[in-house]
Ligand binder design. Structure first.
Ligand code: NAD
Length: 476
């Protein structure tokens, strides 16, 4: 059976005719031409699958560093342990909706510049879609697709009533003035507003975006509605309906799962050394919390290099230095090392909190950490996964490790909807309980199926989504 790549923002359609010429679903050829050359396979009077000729497939390029190819490879591995219907698996292979937008922004020098943006809904079987918005020059549609798919698994694993989405704009926020960033954000928010809403799709911050960006999106959406709609985004400033504890939530969740893993491995917290790749929101919070718990944070890195100090770094002092010096390099008392050095350091825990595809077949065999905590989304390629598994490295998979962010985003959404806000202690307690419960379920599932932690996390998530799809039924 062939697989179809849907090139427009449309709902799935089951074809009823022998030929699909009248289908409202349009497919694109490799050269981007629209076509309706679809074939339908009927079994027992019921449409069970739709095939499309090989030349029309728009598969992502295969390669170790294509995030979507990696997400699909992980999916295929996980579903091999499940007995879900082929058609249900098909609905989860590709996003349900994709929106690509090109939009103009007025720059400070009065020039008009075009920007490209995306919003992808992977699945909404379990509720409104949820997922961050990334501003980076490297954003691609395949990356956004992968991140949306991982959001679906993550929300299901945490048992949150959400599906998965992701968005992104191809831009370098560091090169834009605050006014340009605001204009870009408001225009992008308007472009994707056909998908966005507190009951349909709720964005949050990701790389290159922050609570201010969320405030602009919330304000833009609210201006169009004529009243304030705080629940349309999460990760907002507390002053306009944000949740206490949201900024630290992802790093806090990483720390909770890391402690669980240390406990499980009988390593405790004494003399435990930690190296952290990425010293942004997730990495810096994880560093501070690990340091406060008595763990030794021996190295941290940013995109321009890493620093190492065998006796441990003070993350608060590193943050201050980074703010003053414009980066972590040349921190007094520490050695400058490379990012690659950091990944292969002799340490107990490696927290990967930067971007995708950092642990690959090129360096997985050199990694000395006993535990890898995936603060980032997709930091480990499937090829590297095999190597790490063979070597017995304990990986806390991304959809579990960094789920603290979406968990507190869910709490923020609930607080916004009921206009009743909880103290930070309550938020942190709820977060810790949910993270520990999910960690335990993943460990149980890994033991039951004799699979890696990543496969176990995805098995749990995919099973829950498949159940939801079957219970809801397929709309005619
Ligand atoms: P951020 O932009 O605040 O920080 C990213 C950090 O990584 C920066 O310090 C940057 O300099 C560094 N970096 C980028 N490329 C690097 C490289 N090749 N080597 C070393 N460092 C590099 O972003 P963030 O919000 O901390 O997100 C980090 C990761 O965590 C992303 O994968 C994101 O999708 C994931 N994540 C974030 C959240 C959240 O709530 N912020 C939630 C879940 C997952």
């Amino acid at each position: 059976m062939g697989e179809a790549w849907r090139g427009r923002c449309v709902s799935p359609t089951i074809l009823t005719g022998r030929r699909a010429a009248s289908s409202p679903v349009n497919y694109y050829t490799k050269r981007g031409q629209m076509t309706d050359q679809l074939e339908e396979i009927k079994k027992g009077g019921q449409v069970c699958s739709v095939s499309i000729s090989e030349s029309l497939l728009r598969r992502p390029p295969i390669g170790e560093e294509n995030a979507f190819a990696n997400a699909l490879a992980q999916f295929e591995k996980a579903i091999s342990h499940l007995t879900i219907k082929q058609g249900v698996a098909d609905t989860l292979r590709y996003p349900r909706r994709e929106l690509s937008v090109s939009f103009p922004v007025l720059m400070d020098n009065s020039e008009i510049r075009m920007f490209r943006g995306y919003r992808v809904h992977h699945s909404f079987a379990r509720g409104p879609t949820k997922g961050g918005i990334r501003y980076a020059p490297t954003v691609t549609l395949d990356e956004v697709r992968a991140l949306a798919m991982w959001m679906t698994w993550k929300c299901a694993l945490m048992n949150l009533p959400f599906g998965g989405a992701k968005g992104g704009v191809v831009c370098d926020p560091k090169e834009l003035s605050a006014r340009e960033l605001e204009r870009l954000t408001r225009r992008y928010a308007t472009e994707i507003s056909i998908l966005m809403g507190p009951e349909s799709d709720i964005p949050a911050p990701d790389i290159g975006t922050n609570s201010q960006v969320m405030a602009w999106i919330m304000d833009t959406y609210s201006m169009h509605r004529g009243f304030s709609v705080p629940a349309v985004v999460t990760g907002k400033p507390v002053e306009i309906g944000g949740s206490l504890g949201r900024t630290e939530a992802t790093g806090r969740g990483v720390t909770v799962t890391m402690l669980e893993a240390l406990n499980l491995k009988g390593m405790g917290t004494d003399n435990v050394t930690v190296a952290i790749q990425g010293f942004g929101n997730v990495g810096s919070v994880a560093a501070r919390l690990a340091h406060d718990l008595g763990l030794k944070v021996v190295a941290v890195s940013g995109s321009r290099g890493a620093i190492y100090r065998g006796n441990g770094l003070d993350p608060v002092a590193v943050t201050r230095h980074a703010e003053e010096a414009g980066g972590i390099n040349d921190f007094p008392g520490a050695d400058n090392i490379t990012n690659e050095d950091l990944l292969t350091l002799d340490c107990d825990v490696l927290i990967a909190a930067a971007v995708e595809n950092q642990i690959t077949s090129r360096n997985a065999d050199k990694i000395k950490a006993k535990i890898i905590a995936e603060g980032a989304n997709g930091p480990t390629t499937p090829e590297a996964d095999e190597i790490l598994n063979d070597r017995g490295v304990f990986v806390i998979p991304d959809i579990l490790c960094n789920a603290g962010g979406v968990t507190v985003s869910y709490l923020e959404w609930v607080q916004d909807l009921q206009s009743f806000f909880w103290p930070v202690e309550e938020i942190n307690l709820k977060l810790e309980k949910l993270m520990k419960k999910a960690f335990e379920s993943v460990m149980d599932c890994a033991r039951l199926h004799n699979v890696s932690n990543r496969e176990a996390a995805q098995i749990l998530a995919i099973e829950r989504i498949a159940n939801a799809i079957m219970i809801r039924g397929i709309y005619p």
